[in-house]
Write a new protein. Structure first.
Lengths: 519, 367
């Protein structure tokens, strides 16, 4: 590959936050028309670096050159002016505004020949909508200018963000964890768009912690760890293992190691289960399956095919319309979540911040959310602080939760550590017979994923039944002993995990009919 | 603002007017009753309309303002005080004194709002508490100064309240004055005089400001940015908008609206100041703002409902004798006087459909 012009060059960027050195003499450059992936675990300093380049944070030291010109970026306005656009992980769009309004916000008169700085200048919604339309056609980014952003699917909102940057004539685009919130199809769409953009001369910084993506899309890869750059490489020179090791700082086992399963009796028995979702649409439509002690049943499927409602029904959180749920020979149909829990259910919920933790509570309190009313934690309705303290200290040690103390509120921990608090609480309880793990590693870094996978396997080996629901096909394939494919609210087939290929599962997930009889 | 809400408002106003027409229709022509009630409705709705606009500017920018009541009270006092000073101490004529009074009212509303903005934005004080502070402060300052300046022996006005320079004139009177006589302006003053349109300056400006606010909020750069800052401040920040600056300015603009509402009390409605004279209007304004779903026209319509219920109360007193015996409860003026408060409660329960506040309303912005 010929050496192209360097459009963005950051040297010696250092940024200190109270207690953390987020960026320590970081060097980073971007060439014209390339995709430069920035890889690192959560907290490695990727986002800090990008926020410095975008003018949201001011670096303590270091210099930034854009197109060879030395810059002091003191606000996003400066960055935008220099052609730097950023698509944040959590979209910076006003949900109640239309696409047009979101795109013109902060650049209300940029479409005019002579910009007008008056605060009371009239908004030219029609003219801007026209320009948005032509931009979106030019780059193949379909968006409807009049649509209200809050009504759009996540993938389309992301497109709006990209159009918003292009509207401001961005030729350097920073994408911060762009695939974290996308379905696999939407992600494929994004890759196509990224490709399209680079052929038109846009240079892209692609921030992620997903190794496969990096190898698929990047021209160069820079890995960060603990606020420092570990190294820069290309997809041709490296592989997943090496990248993972660079990210984590030690060898990481990417393939899950597990013994042969020894399934015993049926623990969970689900028959003809039917569930409606919040919009009152039946999304689980007559599902039957069993999970045996000592095995992991994986549910594969594209998100939104009923997995969320299935998990909620199986944990007592959602009323069921029909069918039965039996756990350890006890009929739990229509029972409350507490009865499910007391019958031996451990639940790792899909959304750890909303359903897994009370973010404002301390780690210690979060660790007894299932048992607080029982001895030794609750005696005659009074919490036993000493028991809580001992319990939390023990679990923090056992499950390697990185927290300054048990009395930090759970919201202050990183995503990985929040998940460990949930895993510790759920899996450490006596008498667990079934684990329902829904998206247990979503948004986590490689180190945490490895850890949580190990814990799930350990539960299985202890003779617990595990139901694993995940949108990550690789995760389902790596962990499961059997795999059930869910499509459109039904289980299409259940197969032995060892005898099925990724491609075959992908086809079933996309709705193709099952030809051969299921294993 | 949806058609359902507007038709509900129309219905209530028709009912309130209808009650008076039914009772008094035999003595006085219904046309006269309706036109007089309409005029009262618009007049009484003035401080509520302005108060609601005040709330809209603050909350659309993301700052909850329950201090409108206090801002109105303070403005009513300081505006009145300024007009008296100008008139009695500096011996300006009534027109100049009243104008300075109005300006002073607007400025003092702005200053109290600046205090609220400072507490909420710079110190991130809970905005409900900040607003309460403003309310208590306004009651305290106005009560104290009122006593010190006018009622204490040896005070500047020597223990007796001086004559106020009068009240702001109605439209017909102003026109007469400006055109140099009844016959000027093509006889317009004569035509307007005594009609629904013969309102005073603050009342007229309130209506004009409803339209202006609507235009500014929904059709200008300032409005787009203000709403963005109240819905998703971080998004605004990332496109280079100074969130806190937008909030400061909008809260102060809101305070100035409340200040103008204050001027209504002492310079347009009655020529005197009473402690606590705003009497909850600031809070009813907030109800109007909510009922109007944070839109100027919606809030105005809601303010008119409150105005109409007060017009009912006032007009029923004229026709006390004609109230049929089985409606006797209407003779008790406090029963009718409850109407605005009952309406407020009904509205806030969300019976007439849900309203949605700006998403970042009340949340301090942190990067």
């Amino acid at each position: 590959m010929s050496e192209k012009k360097i459009v963005l060059d950051a040297r010696g960027i250092t940024k200190q936050f109270p207690g953390v050195l987020a960026n320590d003499l970081v060097d980073f450059d971007l060439r014209e028309g390339e995709v430069h992936a920035l890889l690192g675990e959560n907290g490695a300093g990727k986002s800090t670096l990008m926020n410095v380049l975008y003018g949201l944070y001011k670096a303590d030291s270091g210099e930034v050159k854009v197109n060879g010109e030395n810059l002091i970026l003191s606000s996003p306005r400066d960055a935008i002016y220099k052609g730097i656009g950023m698509v944040h992980q959590h979209f910076m769009l006003v949900p109640v505004f239309s696409v047009t309004e979101n795109i013109m916000l902060g650049a209300e008169t940029d479409h005019r020949a002579t910009p007008n700085e008056s605060p009371l200048v009239k908004l030219d919604r029609k003219e801007v909508a026209q320009k948005v339309k032509s931009l979106s056609q030019q780059y193949g980014l379909e968006v409807e200018p009049a649509a209200i952003v809050g009504d759009l699917p996540v993938g389309v909102q992301q497109r709006v963000e990209i159009v918003k940057a292009l509207y401001r004539n961005a030729n350097i685009l920073i994408l911060d964890e762009p695939t974290a919130v996308l379905t696999p199809q939407e992600a494929d769409d994004l890759f196509r768009i990224v490709h399209e953009l680079t052929t038109r001369g846009v240079s892209i910084v692609f921030i992620t912690h997903k190794l496969k993506e990096v190898l698929a899309i990047a021209d160069r890869i820079t890995v960060m760890r603990g606020g420092k750059v570990v190294g820069t490489t290309t997809p041709q020179e490296t592989d997943e293992h090496q990248l993972a090791a660079m990210m984590v700082g030690r060898d990481v086992i990417l393939t899950v190691e597990k013994e042969v399963a020894h399934p015993a009796d049926d623990v969970l028995l689900v028959e003809k289960l039917r569930v409606r979702d919040v919009r009152d649409i039946e999304t689980v439509r007559g599902v039957s399956f069993t999970v045996r002690a000592g095995e992991i049943l994986g549910i594969a499927g594209v998100q939104g095919n009923g997995q969320t409602e299935l998990a909620e029904a199986l944990t007592g959180l959602r009323r069921i319309e029909g069918g039965t749920i039996q756990l350890a020979e006890k009929n739990l149909t229509g029972k409350t979540p507490r009865i499910f829990t007391e019958s031996g259910l451990a639940h790792i919920p899909e959304d750890r911040q909303r359903h897994g933790l009370v973010l404002g509570y301390t780690v210690a309190d979060n660790m007894v959310l299932c048992d607080y009313y029982k001895a030794p934690f609750g005696v005659n309705g009074v919490l036993q602080q000493k028991a809580l303290d001992e319990n939390s200290r023990r679990l923090i040690q056992e499950y390697d939760v990185r927290t300054p103390s048990p009395y930090v509120s759970a919201g202050k921990l990183s995503g990985g550590n929040q998940q460990k608090v949930i895993v510790a609480r759920e899996l450490s309880r006596a008498n667990v017979k079934l684990v329902v793990a829904n998206q247990p590693t979503r948004g986590l870094d490689v180190g945490s994923i490895e850890y949580i996978h190990k814990e799930i396997i350990a539960m299985r080996d202890r003779g617990v039944a595990v139901l694993l629901i995940s949108a990550e096909l690789d995760e389902v394939m790596a962990l499961s002993d059997r795999i059930a494919v869910m499509y459109h609210g039904e289980i299409v087939t259940t197969v032995d995990a060892k005898s099925v290929t990724r491609e075959q599962l992908g086809l079933w997930m996309a709705g193709s009919k099952v030809q051969q009889p299921a294993a | 603002m949806d058609w359902r809400r507007f038709s509900f408002i129309g219905l209530i106003i028709v009912i309130l007017f209808g009650v008076v027409v039914l009772i008094g229709g035999e003595q006085v022509s219904p046309l006269i009753i309706i036109s007089s009630m309409l005029a009262t409705t618009i007049t009484v709705a003035t401080p509520l309309t302005l108060g609601a606009l005040s709330g809209i500017f603050c909350e659309r920018a993301g700052v909850v303002n329950i201090g409108i009541e206090g801002m109105m009270l303070a403005a009513a006092f300081f505006g009145w005080l300024a007009s008296i000073y100008m008139n009695t101490i500096f011996e300006f004529n009534a027109a100049i004194s009243l104008t300075v009074g109005v300006v002073m009212a607007i400025v003092s509303g702005g200053i109290f709002a600046l205090l609220h903005a400072w507490l909420s934005i710079a110190f991130k004080v809970d905005q409900i508490i900040g607003g309460t502070v403003i309310n208590i402060l306004a009651v305290g300052i106005t009560g104290f100064l009122n006593r010190q300046l006018f009622f204490e022996k040896g005070s500047i006005f020597g223990g007796n309240v001086p004559h106020a320079p009068g009240l702001l004139p109605s439209l017909s009177k102003s026109l007469t004055f400006l055109c140099g006589g009844e016959q000027g302006c093509f006889g317009l003053p004569d035509l307007i005089s005594g009609s629904v349109f013969d309102q005073k300056p603050v009342a007229i400006s309130a209506i004009v400001l409803v339209a202006v606010s609507h235009y500014v909020l929904f059709n200008t750069r300032w409005g787009l940015r203000t709403r963005a800052v109240g819905e998703h401040p971080k998004a605004a920040d990332t496109v280079g908008i100074n969130v806190n600056r937008m909030r400061y300015i909008n809260v102060v603009i809101g305070g100035m609206f409340a200040g103008l509402a204050g001027a209504y009390f002492t310079l347009e409605s009655v020529p005197s100041f009473e402690p606590l004279m705003t009497n909850g209007r600031g809070f009813i304004s907030l109800a109007a703002m909510i009922f109007g779903n944070w839109t100027p026209f919606g809030a105005w319509a809601a303010a008119l409902v409150f105005g109409a219920s007060q017009a009912l109360q006032i007009n029923l007193q004229f026709f006390r004798e004609s109230i049929p015996p089985n409606w006797a409860f209407l003779q008790q003026s406090y029963v009718v006087g409850l109407a605005p408060y009952i309406l407020t409660m009904l509205i806030l329960t969300g019976i007439i459909g849900k309203t949605t506040p700006p998403a970042a309303d009340g949340q301090p912005y942190e990067k």
